[in-house]
Each structure stands twice: as C-alpha cells, then as structure tokens.
Design a binder for this molecule. Structure first.
Ligand SMILES: Cc1cc2nc3c(=O)[nH]c(=O)nc-3n(C[C@H](O)[C@H](O)[C@H](O)COP(=O)(O)OP(=O)(O)OC[C@H]3O[C@@H](n4cnc5c(N)ncnc54)[C@H](O)[C@@H]3O)c2cc1C
Ligand SMILES: C[S@@+](CC[C@H](N)C(=O)[O-])C[C@H]1O[C@@H](n2cnc3c(N)ncnc32)[C@H](O)[C@@H]1O
Length: 670
C-alpha cells in the first residue's frame, strides 16, 4: 500500500460486541468470529485438516512451511496451528505464518476473546505479549526462539495481496481463507484477491475455507486450484479445500516500473560470507544462521570495533504526523528490535545493567503543535509512545527536566558490543576477526573474500555490511555513502546523575550509568575524518546536556573537559538518511534497461531489475543502527532465502540500494 504523505494514525480497530454466550461479533460485518460451543474443533477441522496439517509437516522437504491467512481476527487459527506445530513429531519445518487483517482487534478485545480457550492460554499470553496493537504497517514477531515467525500485516487484502503477489515469487504452502462469509464481505473474495492467492502459491500449495460459495469455488478453480467440496463441520453442509495444480501466470505489477523485483532469483544458499562485524553484519549473520545458512563473518579489526563500539547507545525511533518511508521504517524496525532485544534479555543472552536496560526513553520535543497532534493519535497505541508533560516525564525519569516530549516505554539503552557478541554466538557462525581490509570479487561459484594475508573464502552468497567501507568493495564506489563523525563523552557517575531511571534524548542523549559512567553524546560532523577525541566536542556534549537538564548545570560545570574520556566513531549515512538494504544492482544493466526514465521519469518500463547474483548490502544505518539493523537483517534474509518479506514493497523500494541509480536516472543525472 502506498502510504507516503498520508496522515499517520493508528489503524482502525475491529468494533466488537459480545453475544449472550460471550462470543465476539464483528459490528462491521455482522458475523461472529467463532462459536464458543465448537470454535476450536471447527477451526481445526476446516483449516488444519483442510490443509492436511500437521500431517504434511512430517516429510516436508524444505526448512520452512509458510501458511498465509486472510483475516487474522482473534488469532485463534494461528494459536491452534502453533499448538499443533509444537506437538507435531520432531524434525518438522519452521513455521512462517503470514496473516492479513484490515481491522485488528484492540489488545483487550483479543485478550477477552482468547480467554475462552484455557488450553491455549500459555500461547495466547505469548501472542498478547508480542502483539503490536494498532500501530499501522507490517509487524514481524519471532516466537519459539525464532522457529515460528508471525507476520502481521495490518492492511486491507485489496492492498496487501497485490503488494505481495506483484513480487512474482511463490511464497505460500497453505492458505487459510477466513474472511467472513462472501455474502457479508464480498471484498475479501473478489477475483483479483483469489488470483493473487494462486500467484503467491508454491506448486502443490493447498487452501481451505469454511465457505462453499459457488463463485469462490469457480474463481479458485479458474486460478489453477483443483477444488473439492467436502462436508462442513457439524451442521454446516459443505466447505472447500484444494491444491494448486496449474502454476499461475505472473502478471506485471501495474502502475510502476518493477526495477526492485529481481529478474532472476536464487534459492537458499548453504553458505554465506558476511563482510563487517558491526551491528549490521552480526544481525545478518544471526538471521541467516537461524535459517540454517552457514556464515563466515570477516571483520578487518575487532568485532564491534568501529561505529558499533560505543559504550552505550539508545534504542531510538521517530514519530511524524505524516507517513514517510523514514518514519515508517523507523517505527517498524523499532517494534521489531525492541522485541528482539527483550528476547535476548529474557533468554539470558544479554544481561540487564551490564549489556543494556530496556528501561524506557523520553525524547524532549519543542514542537508543541506536533506534540498536540500526535498526543491524540498516540492515545490508541500507548505501548508505542505517550505524550508527557514535564512533570510526568520528570517523575518517570527520576530527575527534574523542563520539557514536554514522547515517552517510549519499550526503548532503553544497549551496549552495542555485547549485542554483537550475543548475535554471533551460534554454531553456524564462524567469526574471523582482525583479518585486515578484505576484498570481495566474483568467482565461479559466487563470491570470494580475500583477506589482507591473501587467504580466501568462497560462498554462493555474500553480504556487505562494512559501514563506511562498503563502497570500497566489489565495485560499489557509486554508492552515495556519507561519513559523519560523532564523539561520545564518558561522564563519571554521581549521586545526582544516578537518579536517572530511563534514557533521556534531547539534542544528544544520556542513559543510566553503565560500569559507573554515563556515555553521553554525541557530536555530529559531516565529512570530518579527525579520529581523536576533541575537548571542544566534550564541551559540546556537556553543554547540550546542561540545556536539557538545567538542574544539572552546576554539576556539569564542575567537569573538566580536558580530563574526560571519550570515543570517536563514524556513522555511515545515505543522502535520504534511510539505510541501504537489499540486493546489489548490476549498475551497467540498470543504466541500460531503465535509460528511458531520463526522458520521462513517470513512464512505466515493464522490466525487472538485473542484480549481481548472490550479492547483498546492509549499510548506512546512520544514527540508529541499534534500531534498524535487526529488521534490515530479516529483510535481507527473506530476500536471500526467498521467504515472505517483513516489509511492504513501498518500504522495500525505499531501502533498496538501487534506488539511487533510479533516482539519478529520473533526474537525468548519471
Ligand atoms: C558517536 C556515535 C553515537 C551513536 N549513537 C547511537 C545510538 O545512541 N543509537 C543507535 O542506534 N545508533 C547510534 N549510533 C549509530 C550506530 O552506532 C551505527 O548505526 C551502527 O553501529 C552501524 O553499524 P554497522 O555494522 O553498519 O557499522 P560498523 O559498526 O561501522 O561496522 C562495519 C564494520 O565493517 C568493518 N569493515 C569495513 N571494511 C571492511 C572490509 N573491507 N573487510 C572487513 N571488514 C570491514 C569495519 O571494521 C567495521 O567493524 C551512533 C554512532 C556514533 C558514531
Ligand atoms: C472470521 S474473521 C477471522 C477469524 C480468524 N481467522 C481467527 O482465527 O480468529 C474474518 C476477519 O477478516 C477481517 N477482514 C474483513 N475484511 C477484510 C479485508 N478486506 N482485508 C483484511 N481483513 C479483512 C475481519 O476484520 C476479521 O477479523
């Protein structure tokens, strides 16, 4: 769905009433979500048995099994599937469950609906803990240590199905078509939607639905499914099941030039090289290893020795009154990374206090109009952010501060090096650090990395995550990367500073102390390559903090900037401040194939993009690498392993490295 520049607001929640027997009923569609009498058995019969699950998992030939559902509703079908997956015999595939929902349930309604099923209570609790609420967009939830992926797309199927299907990649093994009866909700069963079901299906994919409506049957048969009418559950007469027997004909995406869709795509590689051992490279290594890909990570210096080497970093996000790719990616990656880090703390892979603390963060803001406008919008998503006045914020922070702003309860601070170390602790990841500046070149079987001593490693797939060094690799000197110097200051803890209970973001930031010091920051200097800490930058960091917290002016004035320790790092940023994440384009082919954009930037050229086989990029994470790198890694892993994407096509295009070639062509510049 194209959202850019539309007003940002939470999605419309399902309006639910409750029947006398306690069943949830949709006011918009005049139908119940399930019946308390037999809801569990009916759902198991229609959707699981209808798709021959869990039986098909027994000898499933690939590592993942993908189910897509139209209409997530109360999450009941998902929980039943997850329960069946948990109890299925060993050696079953990982589960990827992609659900589309136009009117997500408010958290309290979902909790009430799921309370009807005591046997599902432990799973329902986990789902509710991870539930994204009404934040718009796509949400990726990792459960069961990453073996279960739940993608929730808060979208109308009319937007989400073409968004997914126009990428021309079959993704789904089984469908749960569950969007209220066609007579009550015709929009869910339109021909275009059911054609997209076929286009998104792997050969042999199955579907199941409770309806037996003739036009649904005919439409699915016309789209390539062999459709069977079988007796329905209980008193219901019939329902439909089927398999895709005839591959769907891919149709070109209408309305835009599909430069972002690779003309050819490879399958999941057995092995991958990752160049760069900062947050970006370590996140990609973890995401690939979780999918069974063996990873060799090559780092020229120490792991987390460059931009990712700060003592403390804040888990930032940004809000805006209007949708824009920058805000939308920032919010979606924030939701994902906050849950991801919570998971690492919960599993003991990160230790609270030493490695970070998700204690919340408060961002001061002087934009009163935006605070007022967003205050209204945020009222329905308090788990994302709340607008606070100075007194409320001061109470939460434990210190006196004078500003209004935004409270992000799931945010906090992290020690990036600890995050990097936790991410690469996996039997499939081999870290080769201190290998000197490593080169990357194409070879017969993919990509060859050659370290400074001439040692080589090869793999069919390579990911460049080398921060500002990325443009020195594999002919990527055309990448418009910028280097932005930043200096942090180690401020020794005092009793007064020790009252701080959460992170505070102003022009700079401060968090509760780690190992007796607060890492405050940070300066911001474009094209400044001075590697050593400067006294005037320490002064700048102290002054910014004193402006933000006037109550600390006295203690900050006592600091001697010449005696303070600090660290310099170089952020890698792009001209639009979005990271570069995706396959690496064949620049010469792009310039040739899309040359027509020079004379008419609006024309649609029905040509997919040519990409360098097996080469991917994750860089330019700017000032928010802690937030952006985990979801960027999921995006790359989904592209590398041909899985459902975690983001809309609009956001994928906004992150694609090839966007700069296309932009320049449209401006007739390159
Ligand atoms: C002062 C400062 C403060 C910041 N504060 C925050 C914050 O509060 N919150 C936040 O989220 N983000 C913050 N950031 C940004 C964040 O640190 C970055 O976005 C993040 O570290 C980027 O990670 P990366 O892996 O892309 O880059 P890097 O950490 O720079 O990693 C790239 C790695 O690639 C290696 N490399 C380069 N070339 C080669 C090669 N040819 N062969 C092998 N290895 C190679 C490098 O040695 C390096 O280790 C801050 C950054 C700075 C500088
Ligand atoms: C019968 S309920 C689904 C029940 C659900 N599968 C469960 O396990 O609870 C149908 C769902 O389809 C959703 N829906 C209806 N029209 C839609 C549309 N156009 N796009 C996406 N979702 C839609 C409704 O909001 C509702 O949640």
């Amino acid at each position: 769905m194209k959202r850019a520049n539309t007003p940002w607001r939470p999605v419309t929640a399902a309006e639910v009433s409750w029947t006398a027997t306690g069943d949830p009923r949709s006011l918009a569609f005049g139908d119940v979500y399930y019946s308390r009498d037999n809801g569990l058995e009916e759902s198991r019969f229609v959707f699981l048995q209808g798709n021959d699950l869990p039986g098909r998992w027994r000898d499933w030939p690939t590592r993942r099994f993908c189910i897509a559902e139209t209409g997530f509703g109360t999450g009941l079908n998902f929980l039943l599937t997850w329960q069946a997956w948990r109890t299925a015999p060993a050696a079953h595939p990982d589960l990827h469950y992609l659900a589309l929902e136009k009117y997500p349930m408010a958290r309290q309604d979902m909790a009430r609906a799921l309370a009807a099923w005591p046997e599902l209570a432990p799973l329902a609790r986990q789902l509710l803990d991870h539930y994204p609420g009404l934040v718009p967009g796509q949400h990726r939830l990792l459960l069961e240590g990453g073996r279960v992926t739940l993608d929730l797309w808060w979208e109308d199927v009319a937007d989400a199905m073409p968004d997914l299907a126009d990428r021309g990649l079959p993704l789904v093994d089984a469908w749960y078509l569950d969007g209220f009866a066609p007579a009550r909700n015709e929009a869910m069963w339109r021909p275009g939607i059911l054609d997209a079901v076929a286009r998104l299906s792997h050969p042999g994919a199955s579907f199941a639905t409770f309806t037996a409506a003739g036009r649904v049957r005919r439409q699915l048969a016309g789209a390539g499914f062999k459709v069977a009418r079988v007796p329905g559950y209980g008193h219901k007469r019939e329902c439909l099941r089927g398999q895709l027997v005839q591959a769907a004909v891919p149709t070109p995406a209408p309305g835009d030039t599909p430069w972002d869709i690779p003309a050819a795509s490879g399958g999941m590689p057995a092995r991958a090289l990752v160049l760069g051992g900062g947050l970006a490279g370590c996140s990609v290594a973890a995401a690939l290893a979780r999918r069974g890909v063996e990873v060799i990570l090559l780092e020229q210096g120490a792991l987390a020795g460059a931009a990712s080497g700060n003592e403390q970093g804040i888990l930032f996000t940004r809000l805006s009154r209007r949708h824009a790719a920058l805000t939308d990616f920032s919010l979606q990656s924030f939701g994902f990374s906050a849950a991801y880090y919570h998971g690492l703390f919960a599993s003991g892979e990160l230790v609270a206090g030493a490695d970070g603390d998700l204690c919340g963060s408060f961002a001061q803001s002087a934009d009163l109009a935006e605070l007022d406008a967003l205050g209204v919008a945020l009222a329905d998503v308090p788990e994302l952010a709340q607008v606070l006045d100075p007194a409320q914020a001061s109470a939460l922070l434990g210190i006196d501060q004078p500003a209004r702003g935004y409270w992000f309860p799931r945010s906090g601070w992290l020690h990036p090096a600890a995050v990097c170390r936790a991410l690469v602790k996996h039997p499939l990841i081999q870290v080769l650090d201190h290998c000197g500046e490593t080169g990357l070149s194409a070879c017969a079987d993919g990509w060859r990395a050659t370290d400074s001593l001439g040692r080589t490693r090869e793999a069919p797939c390579a990911v460049i995550a080398a921060g500002t060094g990325s443009s020195r690799l594999a002919g990527l000197d055309w990448l418009p990367l910028r280097s932005i110097r930043g200096q942090t200051t180690q401020l020794p803890g005092t009793a007064e500073l020790g009252r701080l209970r959460a992170a505070l973001c102003h022009e700079g930031y401060i968090a509760p102390a780690r190992a007796g010091n607060h890492c405050i920051g940070a300066s911001f200097n474009l094209d400044d390559s001075d590697p050593g800490p400067r006294v005037r930058d320490h002064q700048g960091n102290l002054s910014a903090l004193a402006r933000a917290v006037p109550a600390w002016q006295g203690i900050l004035a006592q600091q001697d900037p010449t005696a303070l320790r600090g660290r310099v790092g170089f952020r890698c940023a792009s001209p639009d401040y979005l990271p570069l994440v995706g396959p690496v384009p064949d620049r010469a082919a792009f310039l040739r194939d899309f040359a027509g954009l020079r004379s008419n930037a609006r024309q649609v050229i029905e040509q997919r993009g040519q990409y360098l086989p097996g080469l991917f990029l994750s860089t330019a994470h700017g000032s928010r690498g802690l937030t952006s790198t985990p979801l960027a890694a999921e995006l790359l892993a989904s592209q590398i392993c041909a899985e459902p994407p975690p983001l809309s096509r609009e956001l994928g295009r906004a992150l694609a490295p090839a966007r700069f070639i296309i932009r320049d062509l449209c401006r007739n510049r390159n």
